[in-house]
Design a binder for this molecule. Structure first.
Ligand SMILES: [Fe+2]
Length: 117
């Protein structure tokens, strides 16, 4: 499983294959832990199939102070695709149909979620 790090100061997102500590903006950031809770309705993703792809979209707020900084897809073979977002961005990620792996998405206030797709 990929490890993800988020700098709450500047919004930078980092990944690593093994656990590490990451320094950004003069602070040390630990790997994000997957939330123990199932995502509530606001944190669930909409799923649309289109032209051989599955598009996972967020309908969560994307405001300064409360937003999704990133989504990622880690394929079964370990390839990692990551998309980062700023407040105001449309939050979505595409996965080719037939590809399986783990989909990650992160709310800066409510945590990291993962599901098998
Ligand atoms: Fe949230």
């Amino acid at each position: 499983m990929a490890n993800f790090y988020y700098c709450a100061e500047c919004g930078n997102v980092f990944t690593s294959e093994r656990k590490a500590s990451v320094n950004c903006c003069g602070q040390e950031w630990k790997a994000l832990e997957v939330s123990a809770n199932e995502p509530n309705e606001k944190h669930q993703l909409d799923e649309v199939k289109e032209n051989g792809k599955t598009i996972y979209k967020s309908h969560h707020v994307q405001d300064e102070g409360h937003y999704f900084p990133f989504m990622a897809f880690e394929s079964e073979c370990g390839c990692l695709k990551i998309k980062t977002f700023k407040p105001g961005d449309t939050v979505k990620i595409c996965v080719p149909e037939g590809k399986h792996g783990k989909l990650y998405w992160f709310c800066n206030l409510h945590g990291l979620y993962v599901k098998e797709v």
